[in-house]
Design a protein around this ligand. Structure first.
Ligand code: MG
Length: 380
């Protein structure tokens, strides 16, 4: 029986992951962690009879502890680390919506646990450091992001030197065929294909999600950034493709449902029956592939710039974006100004090479810079 820790268990990926694990043979949930949604955490722990839970926001420790008897309750970011170090789980499924728990993730790698990673921000900000550890400990890092799961499946057993291009597909978000001027929060939060958390839904609308995924792919597959391309594919049936040097293209196709990449990350290289509806190709009839509009969605280009500069710049891109999304969701920043403030933050930043703490400081600086910029813009 493989024991799985689910970080971010109350979020969209976490809830799906629990469904997947319940349906799989040979897997069980060994621990749950959430940032602040303690009510759902308590409910999940009771239903699954989990003996280990972690709550990151310390103000909710008390209600969790009081409601779960005979359960070990960890607390704070240190608690996540402790949960890894003291536990005996085989797999860490990391699905927080930010790089919180980075030290716990590194500890899991060191311990030889399989890391099923949904949080792309971890690789965006700390990609080089994380990949160095993965190599050092010969750890298994399996992506859950649907595009990267697709690429992972296409690359299985193949040499990266035979790859000409990785092609990330993007649905194009809600503004593919609409202007991005004066759009409301509700317009942005209505994604045409995927039903996801708020942060990633805004990222899809700006296409910053694809920028983060370019950086994620660069680290995961150790492939130069100029070999990563983006294509718009509104049907979201093909989840990404790999083109090889001989001209052959392999792609992975399924209805858009995160349960599939979650399950594959857990079971690979094996496959099991899933809860996912199977495709009938003749019902789909048509698949479209289009060039992205880089003027309307300048965010995609930020990824190439940030990777070219390297050092703390990808962390700054990530921090600036997280903060811009937050300001937009709090009605402090217009949608079309999100890429504007991110670009300004990157222009002002002086990149430094460093460790996790240095990059976290750079992220924090970027968040603060964006908050001030949003205030200035609002006053104007
Ligand atoms: Mg994705």
């Amino acid at each position: 029986m493989k024991k799985v820790l689910v970080f971010g268990s109350t979020g969209s990926i976490g809830v799906n992951a629990i469904e997947v694990i319940k349906n799989l043979d040979g897997y069980r949930v060994a621990g749950l962690a959430t940032f602040s949604n303690y009510r759902l955490l308590i409910q999940q722990a009771k239903l699954l009879k989990t003996r280990n839970v972690a709550i990151v926001d310390k103000k909710y420790y008390k209600p969790v502890k009081e409601n779960l008897v005979n359960v070990k309750v960890f607390c704070g970011e240190d608690g996540l680390l402790e949960m890894i170090e003291k536990g005996e789980a085989d797999i860490l499924l990391a699905a927080f919506s930010s790089a919180i728990g980075i030290y716990a993730i590194l500890a899991a790698i060191k311990k030889g646990m399989r890391l099923c990673l949904a949080t792309k921000e971890v690789l965006v900000s700390f990609g080089e450091i994380v990949m160095k550890e993965v190599k050092k400990y010969n750890a298994q890092l399996i992506p859950i992001d649907s595009e990267h799961s697709a690429i992972y499946q296409c690359l299985e057993g193949r040499k990266i030197s035979d790859v000409e291009k990785i092609i990330l597909t993007a649905s194009g978000g809600p503004f593919l065929n609409r202007s991005i001027k004066n759009v409301s929060r509700a317009d942005v939060l209505k994604h045409p294909v995927w039903n996801m958390g708020k942060k990633i839904t805004v990222d899809s609308a700006t296409m910053m999600n694809k920028a983060l995924e370019i950086i994620e792919a660069h680290h995961l597959f150790q492939i130069p950034v100029d070999k990563i391309a983006v294509v718009i594919h509104p049907e979201a049936i093909c989840h990404s493709l790999v083109q090889f040097v001989d001209g052959s293209i392999l792609g992975q196709f399924s209805y858009p449902d995160m349960k599939l990449p979650i399950q594959y990350a857990l079971t690979t290289p094996a496959r099991q029956r899933s809860l996912v509806k199977h495709i009938k190709l003749d019902k789909i009839r048509q698949l479209t592939f289009l060039t992205p509009d880089y003027n309307k969605f300048p965010s995609i280009r930020f990824a190439y710039q940030a990777l070219k500069i390297g050092k703390s710049m990808p962390a700054v891109l990530n921090g600036a974006n997280e903060s811009a999304v937050q300001e937009f969701l709090s009605d402090n920043l217009r949608f079309e100004d999100i890429p504007v403030v991110i670009k300004k933050t990157m222009d002002v930043h002086k990149p430094v090479a460093g460790d996790i703490e240095d990059y976290r400081r750079a992220e924090m600086w970027a968040r603060q810079f964006v908050r001030v910029e949003a205030k200035l813009k609002k006053r104007r």
